[in-house]
Design a protein around this ligand. Sequence first.
Ligand code: ADP
Ligand code: MG
Length: 370
Amino acid sequence: MKYIGIMSGTSLDGIDAVICEFSADNQVQLIAKCSLPFEPQLQTDLQKLLREFTLHLRELGELEVRLAINYAAAVAKLLAVAKLDASEITAIGCHGQTVYHDPYNQYPFSLQLVDGNKLAQLTGIDVVCDFRRMDMAYGGQGAPLTPVFHKYFLQGTQARIILNLGGIANITVLDPSSEQVIGFDTGPANCLIDLWMQDSYQLKYDENGALARNGQIIPELLARMLQDPYFSLVSPKSTGKEIYHLAWVQQHLQALNLAQAAAGDVLRSLLELTAITVSDAIKTVINPAQVEAIYACGGGAYNQFLLERIAANSQIKVRTTQELGIDVDQMEAIAFAWFAKRRVEKLPANYETVTGASQKCILGALYAGK
Ligand SMILES: Nc1ncnc2c1ncn2[C@@H]1O[C@H](COP(=O)(O)OP(=O)(O)O)[C@@H](O)[C@H]1O
Ligand SMILES: [Mg+2]
């Protein structure tokens, strides 16, 4: 049974898609993968939305259809690469595009845009999307979801940590001596770095952390950012770009009269913020001496300097999930292919210990494609 997984995260760097099979002994067979940028106008519109967080209702409806068309293009490319027909795919697990995640207010919700109907119609394949809100309906954070996948497929004989460095960072602690899984968002990974790069350098990101490496930490800025209340919350917890945006950085700079600070020094401080908050979060849940290694995935796994700083702060060896047989760019897409399988088989896909939901539940809404 072959499944397609589609992921596009808040970094808006495009769509990652995979075709996989999952064996009964919890092995992943990756059959095909592709990454596809969004259509330029769609990317521009999503970038604007994830800076301003306001939208006309017509734009909202249209965005869902436009995203479905872009995701369908990724499916078409994948099927061509794999030389497979749509009829050979059991279902597509499509995460959708997160545009708002708010688990803390009176009416908690998480909004992932995609018109599942349109994606099913365009591909002729059953589609599962809206994975987060059933967990939230049961009082959970709706995020992170991938720790369940990590537990099934990536557990070793010694304790290890899977660290996803997307826009936001999340960790999964895999301890073979415990049935329990711990996993939560630690805070920003690349989102602030990327926004700062776009604003100060007109570049998408800091390639390999090269610019940050040349900067100097601004101690008072770093200390002030570390006071952000999210970092001291105990898990379950999750966060998003609506909290960690450019204004968040600018507020701290202004409060310290640092509006004229060198861009490279701010960048260096932002990278250290990610490295420290990831490392401190790990130390709150496990003794680093017991951990074999941190396995990084997501685009931040390409940032060599960030990985060095995480290793230095955590005192744990840092590798990438490539060493566990999963490409750093494809981890989340593979997880959502598996989540589609869980939905089709009507099996639960959340852990109460991770999201805080009152019970395990079947995640995702199913749209018939054939
Ligand atoms: N070579 C690189 N050097 C530094 N950072 C990188 C590199 N490649 C990707 N990234 C970072 O990874 C981000 C994309 O990561 P990804 O895991 O796709 O995030 P998301 O899930 O939010 O889309 C980019 O926006 C960038 O910040
Ligand atoms: Mg991405």
